[in-house]
Write a protein that binds this ligand. Structure first.
Ligand SMILES: [Cu+2]
Length: 518
């Protein structure tokens, strides 16, 4: 006999002993609920059923079956609108070129004094004096021209994270000398893939990105989508002391091993949480990038909104999916979400942080939603057809092993890829069009967000089990502690291409190499 049934029976017997139970005490709603639960209890025996007191109020036969909520059909998807939704969350850089298919902008990197909080004022590096840098807005197929001036006292570059640019536009010193202090360089390339991308230096990245050199590159689809607005959301953390930025030198051994884990969360360059406004019935596209040096964000969304993941590193997915529990976002990775507000209230974007044995939600963003509830479910925007990848034969299989090199010498801990710290020669040479299964083997801990420049890959398996919940083409994948991840890389962009851990301390302390695609 179930304890629930037993307690229920005792309650009814007590009521009978007291000559009837006033309906206020065992209200119609709660008794129905109780009967419904008991009725469905599979442990209810025949004997027990006979003991069930036969009263008008409690007879199961007299109680209507609880009716499930009718499933309302989703209204037809919204048609493509005539204009792109407004991009919010940062300053969108002015396009200086009247040609609708060329986006031409001017960017400079310089240092400045910045007050981040009432207690923290320190020197940052900034693109165009802003933290984060301005949003560069393009559409797929555009030519992007960026006139870049380095006003820092050290060399720097701009790397267009995720875009399949020509190798000499990739912002890596392997191919082209970095832009020296006071010098100018013009980046010029065709934006080949629609989606959410970002830009940052590839010289001393662990310092220059942490100091503030990062921004979003938005590549619109050819067809505008029916969103009320789009939100650029750069999630980050920063390591502060009591009054300013924590020093980079000397890096502690813990920082070399774990990476520079921040003390404060930032949302679009400001201390989190940010507060934004929206109305019920509005549909938003959230473009989320993790720009942190080392922290993996475990994102959750709470509140009265319908949420789906519609895009990954390479752009929109053929099939959007819902978030189960949380969305892991490693440094360098992007996710695009469709967020539709059904009810007034607050919608929160949180990251779950391990504190002792449990995870605690830290609020990054809250959207205050006004208005009255709208009929649910809301109609989705229509998305362009995403062609599924033609099956291509694997032409090579290679392994990349990531290992900590504990060192007793003053240099301390370093990271190795296939036994080498910052190898100078290409680790492998491939042919353009090769389809390569890379086995990424993490020999130690912590985790490694592996990033490959200039190409996309699919995530095939984790520890031998097929991956079904990380769809789409990626340029960054998290390889967890002692995990073995197999990716299928489509090496279609010739050149010399860096691959490295996007934990920027791991990259700086050895975990960076390159391949050659002939
Ligand atoms: Cu790493």
């Amino acid at each position: 006999m179930s304890s629930r049934w037993f307690l229920g029976t005792i309650l009814v017997l007590i009521c009978l002993a007291l000559s009837g139970c006033p309906s206020e005490q065992l209200g119609q709603e709660s008794s129905k609920e109780w009967i419904a639960q008991t009725d469905s209890d599979t442990e209810l025996t025949t004997d027990a059923a006979q003991e069930f007191p036969e009263t008008e109020e409690h007879t199961p036969e007299n109680t209507p079956e609880p009716q499930p909520e009718p499933i309302r059909e989703r209204p037809p998807s919204l048609p493509f609108p005539s204009a792109y939704a407004k991009l919010t969350g940062g300053h969108v850089l002015k396009d200086e070129n009247p040609d609708p298919n060329i986006v031409e902008v001017t960017i400079e990197a310089k240092s400045l004094t910045h007050q981040l909080t009432p207690k923290h004022t320190f020197e940052i590096y900034a693109f165009n004096g802003m933290l984060p840098g301005p949003i560069i807005e393009t559409k797929v197929g555009d030519e992007l021209v960026v006139h870049f001036t380095n006003q820092l006292k050290e060399p720097t570059t701009i790397h267009w994270h995720g875009q399949r640019v020509p190798e000499d536009m990739d912002g890596v010193s392997l191919v082209r000398r970095p832009v020296q202090p006071g010098k100018t360089f013009t980046y010029r390339f065709k934006v080949s893939d629609a989606g959410t991308y970002w830009y940052h230096p590839h010289v001393h990245s662990h310092e220059q990105v942490e100091k503030g050199l990062y921004g979003m590159l938005v590549v619109r689809e050819k067809q505008p989508l029916a969103f009320t607005r789009e939100r650029a959301l750069l999630v980050d953390d920063i390591l502060l002391t009591e009054t300013g930025l924590a020093p980079f030198h000397p890096a502690s051994e813990q920082e070399k091993v774990k990476g520079r884990i921040g003390s404060h969360f930032l949302l679009n360059g400001k201390p989190a949480p940010a507060t934004y406004q929206a109305k019920t019935g509005e549909r938003e596209r959230w473009r989320i990038v993790n720009t942190a040096n080392a922290s993996v964000f475990r994102l959750e969304i709470k509140g009265g909104a319908q949420v789906r993941v519609i895009g990954v590193d390479s752009g929109l997915l053929a099939k959007p999916f819902s978030i189960q529990y949380e969305l892991l976002l490693s440094p360098g990775q992007r996710y695009d979400l469709e967020v539709m507000y059904e009810k007034p209230g607050t919608v929160e974007l949180n990251t779950l942080v391990a504190e002792g044995p449990k995870y605690v939600a830290k609020n990054l963003l809250r959207v205050q939603v006004s208005g009255t509830s709208v009929p649910s479910p809301m109609a989705y925007p229509t998305y362009p057809e995403i062609a599924t990848l033609p099956t291509r034969k694997v032409t090579r299989e290679e392994t990349l092993a990531f290992e900590l090199l504990p060192s007793p010498d003053p240099g301390g801990n370093h990271w190795k890829i296939n036994g080498q710290v910052h190898p100078v020669k290409p680790l492998f040479t491939f042919k353009t069009g090769d389809v390569v299964l890379f086995t990424l083997q993490n020999m130690n801990n912590p985790n490694h967000p592996f990033h490959l420049h200039g190409q996309f890959f699919e995530i095939i398996s984790r520890n031998g089990l097929p991956v079904t919940d990380e769809p789409g083409l990626r340029d960054t994948v998290l390889v967890s502690i002692q995990e073995r991840v197999v990716i299928k890389a489509y090496l279609d962009n010739p050149g010399r291409w860096m691959f490295h851990c996007h934990n920027l301390e791991h990259a700086h302390y050895g975990m960076m190499a390159h391949i050659k695609i002939e």
